[in-house]
Design a protein around this ligand. Sequence first.
Ligand code: GLP
Length: 245
Amino acid sequence: MTITILSNSDEVATALAERVAAALRAKPDAVLGLASGRTPVDGYAEMQRLHAAGQMDWSRASTFNLDEFAGVEPTHPGSFRTFMQEHLFRGVNLRPERIRFLDGSAVDLDAECRRYEQAIAAAGGIDLQLLGIGSNGHVGFNEPADDLPVHTHRVTLMDSTRRDNAALFGNEPSRVPREALSMGIGTILQARRIVLVATGVKKAECIRQAVNGRITTRVPASMLQVHMAVELLLDREAASRITPA
Ligand code: GLP
């Protein structure tokens, strides 16, 4: 793992935007894997700024988001699709048909997961996958468990994750769906490059476990240690419990 420690969350946002901008410069038709959550939001704002300044062209790019709540229409105010529209898509020139998302309102959710996995393969795989990390070590919605599905799948959300996502549902954890759809750890590890962002002291312990701990499905982010091209962009607080190798 390449670990880049920056002074503060603004620098993490700038670095995240720069990684994506560099990927699009190198390969204008890059396939990007995107993450929701609060952590990348300032990075997405910086990407919009770069686009407005003529320094980031998304016209040939494709995107696949990591996950979505089950039982939620794409237009629902709490959906990750709505979140991405507000925080990124509306401010860049992505072609709508190249924005790919899991549909949490699909009638057959298992078929929807299979469709998504096939769509990623048909696009040639993901060139650059962005990730946040849950305070319990989850990536996407791959929650800590004794074993994990490889591919895109349905998942039952932990109560702590539902609390963490309550802001999207009127600050009411009980209104957060109990289930979600998520790329699997295998789907994520097939990306050619991965950039994970984490900021704040609340992430220090899960980052320590992901970086210094053993590889375990109990800390899904620890499985990133087997990937050949992972970079962690951390502020000082999130990096504060890492011990040097
Ligand atoms: C959600 C998302 C994850 C994200 C995590 C962290 O659970 N499914 O993909 O990484 O939140 O969110 P935040 O960045 O708000 O801490």
